[in-house]
Each structure stands twice: as C-alpha cells, then as structure tokens.
Ligand binder design. Structure first.
Ligand SMILES: *[C@@H]1O[C@H](CO)[C@@H](O)[C@H](O)[C@H]1NC(C)=O
Ligand SMILES: *[C@@H]1O[C@H](CO)[C@@H](O)[C@H](O)[C@H]1NC(C)=O
Ligand SMILES: *[C@@H]1O[C@H](CO)[C@@H](O)[C@H](O)[C@H]1NC(C)=O
Length: 330
C-alpha cells in the first residue's frame, strides 16, 4: 500500500531528479571536428538542449576568406542527417567553401506547423550567435552578411517563418524552400488557398526562391486544407512575397525544360520553379531518398545548384539584398 503522502514524496523526488537530470543534460558542445566532416553538436537554448549537424568545408582552415553559412531544415519526420544526405550541400559538386548547418527539430517538427509549440526562431538565433562567436579566427570567420536558409516541406515552411520574422529576416540574406508547407493561422474551415491572409513581419525586402512539383500530393501546389489548417496556393504565396517586395504580382514565365516553368517576379528576387512531373521531392538528376520512392522520379535539374546560385546573388545590406525599403524610410 502506498500512502498519499509517500506517493507525493515519491512524485516530488521524481520531479526533482528529472529536473536535475534535465539541467545537467543541457550542454553546448564544441566537439572538435576536422575540415570536410559533418558532426552532431548540441546547444542550450534556455534550458532546452537542441542538436544540429555542423559541416565544415575541406578548406575550412586553409582558406582565409570569410565564408557563408547555410542553414538547411529537414522535413517533418526526417532528421538533420537525412537532410544532409538529401540536399548534398556537403558534397564538392555543390559546395566547397560554405559552412552548412542542419538544425534538428524537436520530434522532427518545426515551429509554424499546426500544433507545434517549440521556439525554433530562438533556436536559430541562439545557434547563429553561438556559431559566429566560436568561428571567429581570420581563417574561418563567418561572414554575417552571407547567412542563408533553405529547407524541405515543413522545414521549407519554417524557412518562410524565418523570412517573415522581424529578427531573423534581418539576419539571413536569402531564403529558399523546396515543397514548402507555408501553414497560415486561418482554420481549415475558412480556407481559400488563393486569397488566405499570410501574416508576415519581414523587416526588409526578401529574396525568396521556391521549388514545387505538380504531382506533390503531400503539400499540394494548389494549397488547401491540411492538418486542420490552411495552406496557401504556391502562386498566391509567391505573389504575396512579390507584393511585399514592391514588385507587380505578374510574373515572367520562362521554361527550364519541357516540364519545368520558372516564374520570376521583378528582377528575380522572388522566383518559383514549377515542375509539372515532380512529386514531394528535392529536385535532383540523381536518385535520392525522395525521388527514389515508387511512383517518383529524378528531375531534369538539381535544386541545390540553383539554390547555391540564388544565394550567391544576395548579401545583407547590399541593394540587391533589399535595403531599398529601409532607404526609402530614412
Ligand atoms: C547524428 O546522430 C544520429 C543519432 O545518433 C546518427 O544517426 C547520425 O548518423 C549522426 N549524424 C552525423 C552526421 O554524424
Ligand atoms: C505566373 O504567371 C502565369 C501566367 O499568368 C500563371 O499561370 C502562374 O500561376 C503564375 N505563377 C506564379 C507563381 O505566380
Ligand atoms: C546534379 O548533381 C549531380 C551530383 O549530385 C551531378 O552528377 C549531376 O551532373 C548534376 N546534374 C546537373 C544537370 O547539373
């Protein structure tokens, strides 16, 4: 028999030990790693330990150029390590100079998706601060004007959250999402995917790139209800970026190949790639964990090449990166 008092004492004991264990567990790691390798690292965000995979380029120690840092967010139910294998930004074909950071979502999910309560904006700002204060020597300094964010699906949706947040939109120079799940706060019952309001508090004009497949049956190009929330159609989502960036909402449509249309707004600062035949996949001409699935197929292009080229065009504080609005307000 367990008396209520004993029960309470036991519960208190458990609570205290859990608390102590939690506190002891939270650690900001700085595990040494060789250039050219990727490693799991941890960081305390308040009292919560978060993890990420850090990739240092092979020339990390030898080349004195300040380098860019790219954040890449995994899809829901995927991981930091699976995202590394998917975007291949750690391979010399796509990247030789940049530090790549793969944040890990709690329960593999990201803020902004229905029901998610974690503060991944704080995770991101804490991480950026930590990395720019630890990678400071001239040989491997991070160029704070060249920080970028990409991600897939729910991770792509979180890239949209970063672009719309007053703080992170002023820290990250350009944004690229693949099969983005840009959840709005409008309930599913009131969902009109072509007009749904998109709340956005970007603090500057934002370069935004998106890739989407016409055969994406997870996050439909047409938007609509999902997980009891409302997703905008991708054209509506991109047009609203164009409008915030002071471009007309009409795009110039060109073709990359028979199946792939490129929709550019203004000078291309907002661009959408629409691949008629693509599924919910990271576009790649080689097989990957997305397009290798049954009923999926390789694309005619590599999204990672286009993302790297897009990021290369934008630097925080430069005119192309969008200081226009800030200037006009002065
Ligand atoms: C990170 O840790 C996870 C879980 O232990 C492991 O599966 C994964 O391979 C590690 N990733 C890297 C890049 O070492
Ligand atoms: C681009 O313009 C074409 C033609 O008006 C339209 O069909 C398409 O939906 C537009 N795409 C986006 C992303 O706005
Ligand atoms: C896509 O990337 C792979 C490396 O992952 C490369 O072998 C292939 O040539 C690239 N395709 C194109 C069209 O650039």
């Amino acid at each position: 028999m367990c008396s209520p008092l004993l029960g309470n004492l036991l519960a208190l004991g458990l609570l205290l030990s859990a608390h102590v264990a939690g506190a002891a567990k939270c650690q900001t790691s700085n595990f040494p790693q060789e250039p050219g390798t990727a490693k799991n690292q941890t960081i305390c965000v308040g009292k919560t330990e978060r993890s990420y995979v850090l990739f240092l380029p092979a020339n990390y120690k030898s080349s004195p150029t300040p380098r860019s840092l790219i954040l890449s967010y995994h899809a829901r139910s995927r991981t930091a390590t699976s995202q590394l294998k998917l975007d291949l930004l750690t391979t010399p074909f796509f990247n030789n100079d940049n530090i790549i950071v793969y944040p890990q979502g709690i329960e593999n999910m990201w803020q902004g998706a229905p029901g998610v309560k974690t503060n991944d904006i704080l995770f991101t700002t804490t991480l950026l601060k930590h990395l720019s204060t630890t990678h400071t020597s001239t040989a491997h300094r991070i160029d704070s004007t060249k920080i970028y964010a990409t991600g897939k699906s729910q991770g792509g949706g979180f890239v949209g959250q970063l672009a719309c947040h007053p703080t992170t939109s002023s820290l990250i120079a350009a944004f690229a999402a693949v099969s983005g799940a840009f959840y709005t706060t409008t309930p599913a019952d009131d969902c009109d995917a072509d007009t749904v309001s998109i709340s956005c508090k970007a603090s500057r004009l934002i370069p935004f790139l998106e890739f989407h497949g016409g055969k994406d049956d997870t996050i439909s190009y047409e938007g609509g209800e999902r997980r009891n929330a409302c997703l905008p159609s991708i054209p509506h989502y991109l047009r609203s970026w164009a409008e915030r960036d002071d471009f007309t909402p009409q795009n110039v449509t060109s073709r990359l190949s028979r199946d792939v249309q490129v929709h550019t707004f203004g000078n291309g600062m907002v661009t959408g790639y629409y691949d008629r035949t693509l599924g919910h996949d990271w576009p790649s001409t080689k097989k990957n964990s997305d397009n290798g699935r049954e009923g999926h197929g390789v694309a005619s292009f590599n999204a990672s090449s286009i993302i790297m080229e897009f990021f290369g065009r934008y630097t925080l504080g430069s005119d192309s990166g969008g200081s226009r609005k800030v200037r006009e307000e002065l």
